[in-house]
Design a protein around this ligand. Structure first.
Ligand SMILES: NC(=O)c1ccc[n+]([C@@H]2O[C@H](COP(=O)([O-])OP(=O)(O)OC[C@H]3O[C@@H](n4cnc5c(N)ncnc54)[C@H](O)[C@@H]3O)[C@@H](O)[C@H]2O)c1
Length: 259
């Protein structure tokens, strides 16, 4: 069996309460990692801890607002103290605000960059400094989006901020490579999380699935598998990359319409 190299390591999952975050907590726990479950929602963090315990690993709940540097510092210090450092950061936090870019208020721009990008700057800085001090390498994985690589109609600031994630990942990867710290992004297409299921009620779900080459939306587990690859020894020689997990959706344009 392949050794993922995560047994006994510590993974901090930020945004652990969502569909994708929950799947990442389970994936880290299944790989044998201790999981520090960070969310602004206390009940969601507690539920993630229960899920990790059920899989037989240690876990703690950490509650705070990742947009605030001092809260991130406190949470990272608590996680590191509880579990003898941090080996893996998975940052899942992100939220889209909707509307035509030309109609949106400046406040939506600020809120989007707070909800999508600011927390990753904080988390990667605070965790990155700790990983450098620990001197035992590490891995960071941020959830970006195909909306950060292509157009993002009706969620322009979100797409711009996700492009920022991809850019920051590339820079961090170069800055931290000499310390053995790998930094990568995963860019999902449409993922069937509770939020998306709510948006695509009725026939829209089947229509969306049909528009994707692999014929379905992603399950959150599909995203967690890609995260696990990058966070584990399977991705030991991969850094600075943006792994697209979209069922082929972003490759559809072709000069020939027949495959
Ligand atoms: N669902 C999709 O189709 C899709 C597609 C592409 C990318 N993504 C990205 O995947 C990630 C997860 O998406 P989702 O739909 O599961 O998200 P979600 O909104 O369901 O969950 C996000 C989690 O982060 C937590 N959170 C939000 N703000 C926080 C903060 N400031 N501090 C701490 N915790 C906070 C929430 O409480 C929640 O548990 C996001 O980054 C999203 O942009 C999702």
């Amino acid at each position: 069996m392949l050794d993922l190299g995560l047994t006994g390591k510590t993974a901090l999952v930020a945004g652990c309460g969502s569909g994708i975050g929950q799947a990442c907590v389970r994936a880290m726990a299944e790989a044998g990692a201790r999981v520090a479950c960070f969310d602004v929602d206390e009940a969601a963090a507690a539920a993630a801890v229960t899920a990790a315990h059920d899989l037989g690993v240690e876990a703690i709940a950490l509650v705070g607002d990742a947009r605030v540097r001092s809260e991130v510092q406190r949470v990272v210090d608590e996680a590191a103290a509880a579990f003898d450092g941090i080996d893996v950061l998975v940052d899942v936090i992100g939220l889209a605000f909707w509307g035509r870019s030309i109609d949106l208020d400046e406040s939506v721009w600020d809120d989007s960059f707070d909800a999508v990008l600011r927390h990753f700057f904080h988390l990667s800085s605070v965790v990155g400094r700790r990983m450098v001090e620990q001197d035992r390498g590490g891995a960071m994985v941020a959830i970006a989006s195909v909306s950060g690589m292509r157009s993002a109609p009706l969620h322009g600031p979100y797409g711009a901020a996700k492009a920022g994630i991809i850019g920051l990942v590339a820079t961090l990867a170069m800055e931290l490579a000499a310390s053995g710290i790998r930094v990568n992004a995963v860019s999902p297409g449409a993922v069937l999380t509770p939020r998306v299921a709510e948006m695509l009620r009725g026939p829209r779900l089947a229509q969306s699935a049909e528009s994707i080459p692999l014929g379905r939306l992603a399950d959150p587990v599909d995203i967690a598998k890609a995260v696990t690859f990058l966070a584990s020894d399977l991705g030991a020689y991969v850094t600075g990359q943006n792994l697209v997990v979209d069922g082929g959706a972003s490759q559809q344009f072709s000069l020939s319409t027949r495959a």
